[in-house]
Design a protein around this ligand. Structure first.
Ligand code: ACO
Length: 229
């Protein structure tokens, strides 16, 4: 890398601020995630139809009201305008999360989001975070997306640091995440989270024996991580 591009990338990352998403920023965050998250997230991109369901978007956006969703913004020259370059959506879960997910999945039936929730319910049941660690108030990270032009600059890592600060402030006992991507898994490994469970996509098949989620390489499993606060 040339010294010019190193300086440029350093100034980009130092101009990025990390903060909690406000309710009035819902639409901008959703527009950002439609481009920089849904098109590549392994469960979404690895199943048909490729387009995410409205219920999926609504669920993720509903987490904003908890004050536990984080964004990364790049400040413009005037410091007034800002551009979203990352978003992390997290919300509370408790001991009955797996049952809730199974119920919701059953209610949705054979839709894309219904299949996804059914899979996430199995992941939640197997990881059993609340039962395993005897905790009741867990903050779960559902979504993480970084501007595709700015990946590999630890923007994802900085958003995770901030969600940990928020979780401590709001007296959560743990933070957990189901990493559907090898790249998000690297972040949580690096930040000292414990890997609790691994579920391989090739082992999750429907009643006809077909693999339900077929993400492109290198994504081959969901890794569940947790950190006690
Ligand atoms: N291609 C190759 N490597 C990549 C890419 C990429 N597109 N993106 C990130 N990486 C690598 C980085 O080099 C780094 O590896 P290293 O630790 O060996 O150096 C690691 O992934 C993490 O990089 P960071 O800079 O800490 O994270 P980043 O700011 O790039 O954000 C993220 C990572 C959010 C996963 C990003 O890749 C992304 O938005 N992906 C698309 C959406 C998605 O799949 N999100 C994750 C699923 S949701 C979830 O798991 C909760």
């Amino acid at each position: 890398m040339s010294s010019t591009s190193t300086c440029k990338s350093l100034s980009i990352t130092s101009d990025i601020q990390i903060r909690v998403i406000k309710p009035q920023e819902r639409q901008q965050v959703l527009d950002f995630l439609r481009i920089h998250y849904y098109l590549e997230e392994p469960l979404t991109a690895g199943s048909e139809p490729k387009q995410q369901d409205k219920e999926d978007e609504e669920f993720n956006m509903s987490n904003i009201e908890h004050g536990t969703c984080i964004m990364a913004v790049l400040k413009g020259d005037t410091n007034v305008s800002e551009q979203i370059v990352g978003a992390l959506m997290a919300g509370p879960k408790g001991p009955h999360e797996a049952e809730h997910l199974f119920e919701e999945a059953a209610g949705l039936g054979p839709t894309k989001w219904g299949h996804t929730l059914q899979f996430l319910a199995c992941v939640e049941r197997d990881a059993n975070i609340c039962g395993r660690f005897n905790v009741e108030k867990v903050l779960h990270v559902h979504v993480m997306g970084v501007d595709s032009a700015l990946r590999g600059h630890n923007i994802g890592g900085r958003m995770v640091e901030e969600v940990l600060n928020v979780a401590k402030r709001l007296q959560y006992e743990m933070v957990s995440v189901d990493c559907t991507s090898v790249y998000s898994a690297k972040i949580f490994e690096r930040m000292g989270f414990k890997c609790i469970n691994i579920k391989y996509y090739k082992e999750y098949i429907d009643e006809t024996g077909k693999q339900v989620f077929k993400p492109e390489a290198p994504h081959e499993c969901v890794k569940t991580f947790a950190l006690k606060l």
